[in-house]
Write a protein of this length. Sequence first.
Length: 253
Amino acid sequence: MSKRVLITAGGSGIGRAVAEAFEATGARIWVVDVDGTALIACPAAWRKSRLDVTDEAAVSHVFEQLEAEWGGLDTLCANAGVAGPTALIEDIELEAWRRCLSVNLEGIFLFAKYAVPLMKAQRSGSIILTSSTAGIFGYPNRAPYAASKWAVNGLMKTLAMELGPFGIRANSICPGAVEGPRMERVLAHEAAIKGTTRDAIYEGYARGTSMRSFITAKDIGAMAVFLASDAARFVSGQIIAVDGHTENPDPKV
């Protein structure tokens, strides 16, 4: 029987790549996203829901629909997140701080909260959280983002301990610098803060990895498929970086 996979922020970027990777295995795909235009552009065969991941009523409704249509859930990929402000701590507004933590942490909490009962009932499941290498290192100029991603990894560790007796696994994927629009915005902001060029910041990030390269969203999709597979049946509670081995999160330019 094909796996039933729910992906948050699945309309574009990493989430879409994860959905495509699972689709290639024959899985049934349900994507949620706040961006309705991105959802329209997704394949017709995918089940789609537009919502804000911090809206508990909307999240609850999706799970009611999912249970009615699918009868359960095999894999939750809690991927939704925002970059938050790129600024020095003294220049960050409280509302921007709260919004970043709300989406990046509370969104995961809500989807886990409603996915777990379905998985417990079937005594199986895989929960995959999209964290970041910012959840492993401190990142200058990214205080709310780094704080949220450390919290994501802590939540994952707790989920793994709580849910293991029910045959449910939990893991975090920590992408490094991922090619795409979001990283381009970060590069531009850091260049402005440091008074240098986008290319200099890009090269600094690349030099901070042993493989001297950014990654792609497809690399994250491949790891998610592995973590949800039987090949990873005893992989749980792990923080797995897909980043080309980041050594220096503060690019020197």
